[in-house]
Design a protein around this ligand. Sequence first.
Ligand code: PBG
Ligand code: ZN
Length: 328
Amino acid sequence: MSHPPIPIRRPRRLRITPAIRNLVRETQLDTHDLIQPLFIVPGKAIRKPISSMPGIFQVSVDQAVLDVRRAMALNLGGVILFGIPATKDEVGSDAWRESGIIQQAIRTLRGEFPDLAILADTCLCEYTNHGHCGPVRHGGIANDETLELLGRTAVAQAQAGADVVAPSGMMDGMVAAIRDALDGEGFSRVSILSYAVKYASAYYGPFRDAAENTPTFGDRRSYQMDPANRREAMIEAQLDMDEGADMIMVKPGLAYMDVLASLRQVVDLPLAIYSVSGEYAMIKAAAERGWIDEKRIVMETLTGFKRAGADIIITYHATQAAEWLMEK
Ligand code: PBG
Ligand code: ZN
């Protein structure tokens, strides 16, 4: 009986102690990479739980101030704001009204927190009475008419004090239209984080309760991407870079890490990933049943996003993860 050869290379040597593992770790999570989404509703002292997203609430502006104060103390990278208006209409006009809900939130947060990175989701679906991301014409969503409205919305958000506008409607030409509108109004310093690569995903389910933007008819497959397509992601990202995007986003996260990793090879701009509501809900549901260890699952998942190439991670776990990072 011959013995197997003694290995010369032993990768296990670098895993023996925590100190050695720390020394050779390739990817580090940082609280500054994390962005917390906030859902803003009109009113005062409102903190309404979202049943499919335990730990996440619709908050009035005064409550958002408290959430942001906590986020700032944890050195979070910033917040991304979604507005849920009191009234909706055919075109979503509350999105660009000076007194619109998201403008109120931005103005207050800008006043309270001069150093906060404020990102605004720039889309119309929370503001339209049909829940689509642009006006409905002849049964479809009118692309070019939407561009003008997105331009107005971005300008209103910039006027209120947003640092970054983040168009999420997957309209063709939206980045160029927004850049043009912003620059025309003197907001050349405001950046655009484009949801360039956004798939038509069932993982957005819980968000639609949170943002109250479920389409009243049809779905978003005529504008959001087909989950089966990877090469098309390169085309979408390239178009948005050519149109002047400052940062590029992939969304959802977990099921699209291959897309993120491929994009990283060709995109030198900062890359963001949005780990969406359904991903959060799955982790929460399993953790509540005691089937998984929430903290370890979240840290492993966030580390995975960074390893795959993300610079910025938008996650409903942002504040919680920052707390965990601070305590270690
Ligand atoms: C709206 C928008 C959506 C999300 C962010 N912006 C939903 C959608 O397109 O239906 C999803 C976020 C999430 O699920 O966490 N344009
Ligand atoms: Zn939308």
